[in-house]
Design a protein around this ligand. Structure first.
Ligand code: ZN
Length: 168
């Protein structure tokens, strides 16, 4: 059916941190990444009730992940990071729509494509957990790298300001 939404959220954040000044491009790339990631082998089950239970937990975990990432993302990157997370999760908005309104918001062709690319198995859960750990580490790493470079820029400009004032 789909990769864990938490993993889509994490991948969107990574894309946002990679291009913090291009939020529109980030949203588009992140939405595209959704389909690329869905075609990687991942967890899935034919048991509808089990899937529903896991999907609800995963959905809540995805929201918590979004909130946590917005807290650690450095200032200048937050719009792009949010655009990435929303863009990456967006193609799966058919799942809650089907759950609550019994219909998908997307054209049938897109839904057919979306379900045709899935590669699921019970074993796929290992891939999902490893991918989540790796991407969470990347988010933390990229956030601190961005914060460090923003700090260096700030120090450079403020030093320049002092120098200018002295010169005047
Ligand atoms: Zn999907």
């Amino acid at each position: 059916m789909t990769l864990f939404i938490t993993n889509h959220v994490l991948s969107g954040a990574v894309i946002g941190l990679a291009a913090p000044r291009r939020p529109a491009l980030v949203a588009l790339t992140a939405a595209g990444s959704h389909f690329a990631l869905d075609s990687v082998p991942h967890w899935g089950t034919k048991d509808k009730r089990k899937f529903r239970r896991v999907a609800i937990v995963d959905g809540l975990c995805g929201l918590a992940t979004m909130a946590a990432i917005m807290r650690i993302a450095p200032k200048g990157t937050r719009v792009a990071v949010l655009a990435g997370m929303v863009g990456a999760a967006f193609p799966d908005s058919d799942k809650p729509a089907e759950m609550f309104f019994h219909r998908s918001p997307f054209p049938l062709r897109l839904d057919q494509f979306h379900s045709a690319i899935q590669r699921e198995s019970a074993r796929g859960v290992r891939t999902e957990v490893r991918a989540a750990a790796l991407m969470a580490a990347l988010v933390v790493l990229l956030s601190s790298a961005r914060r460090l470079s923003a700090g260096a820029r700030f120090r450079r400009t403020s030093r320049g300001g002092v120098r200018r004032r002295r010169w005047l």
